[in-house]
Design a binder for this molecule. Structure first.
Ligand SMILES: [Zn+2]
Length: 275
């Protein structure tokens, strides 16, 4: 088949990940569903409503990922919780992740100078340019209004702007207090993205990557990542492009559940002769 759909056997990325031992997940998988210690629901691995591992999965066997920047995840209320990967982020980096269910979201209007939204689109800029915006906003103080929701692209190609490029990683990162991700299907995103509380925020897009998600939605491009993939790639980009450090797997454990479930599904498909 020559379709563009991502193949379940695409695993170059996942094979190279430095994730913690997944024996705890293998064991839990053999036992089957277990109880959520908070709401008593029967779940596999973790409770996607309470963001805690189930009873058969000891807390201490789940890795903790420290993120270089705080994130908010805005969930679409219709998104089936069990199918979303957003919970992975809260489970693995709980100190740095806050979950919101749309329309209950913070008033980002007041945070345009310290927040970026990860969302591709005509007005999206690269991560570097996005942070450059925040620096410009903040350096201009209060007398210059924040540009309208139609954010012009920064003219980064001109040599003149080279001088303005922030040289030190430190200054680049000071202004960014939070990164917003939207967790919804390709079709549901529009309503959230057009909410007035999100207007005026700088949108950044990630370096293009293809998804490995097994629930890839029909009709959406294969660069439309699952939420946990988007968060992971954002952190990798941030680490390398903004902090200007070599990447040595620091955030790979964000894919702790994702890579395990990916392998399970791939193996099941293989066993069923579908691969
Ligand atoms: Zn629960």
């Amino acid at each position: 088949m020559s379709s563009n759909k991502p193949s379940i056997s695409r695993n170059e990325l996942l094979d190279k990940l430095k994730v913690s031992s997944q024996v705890v997940l293998e064991t839990a998988q053999k036992k089957g569903r277990s109880k959520c210690p908070k709401c008593n629901s029967s779940r596999m691995f973790y409770c996607y409503s309470c963001y805690v591992p189930v009873e058969s999965v000891p807390h201490e066997d789940i890795p903790i990922v420290k993120l270089p920047v705080k994130i908010d995840i805005i969930k679409h209320p219709n998104e089936t919780d069990g199918k979303s990967t957003a919970a992975h982020a809260k489970l693995l980096a709980h100190e740095d992740v806050t979950m919101y269910t749309y329309p209950s979201i913070p008033d980002y209007d007041k945070q345009v100078h310290e927040v970026v939204l990860v969302f591709p689109g005509p007005s999206a800029v690269s991560l570097k340019d996005g942070l450059q915006y925040l620096i410009q906003y903040n350096n201009q103080k209060k007398d210059i209004p924040i540009p309208d929701c139609k954010r012009p692209r920064l003219d980064t190609d001109k040599s003149e702007s080279d001088d303005k490029t922030i040289k030190t990683a430190g200054e680049n990162t000071n202004y960014l207090k939070k990164v917003i991700f939207i967790d919804s299907t390709w079709n549901q995103t529009n309503k959230i993205i057009s909410d007035e509380r999100l207007q005026g925020l700088v949108s950044v897009e990630l370096t293009e990557r293809k998804t490995s998600f097994w629930r890839h939605q029909k009709g959406s491009p294969d660069t439309y990542l699952s939420t946990i993939e988007a968060i992971y790639y954002f952190m990798v980009d941030y680490h390398m492009q903004i902090l200007e450090k070599d990447y040595n797997g620091e955030y790979d454990n964000l894919l702790f559940f994702f890579s395990f479930m990916y392998t399970l599904i791939r193996d099941a498909k293989k066993a069923a002769g579908k691969l």
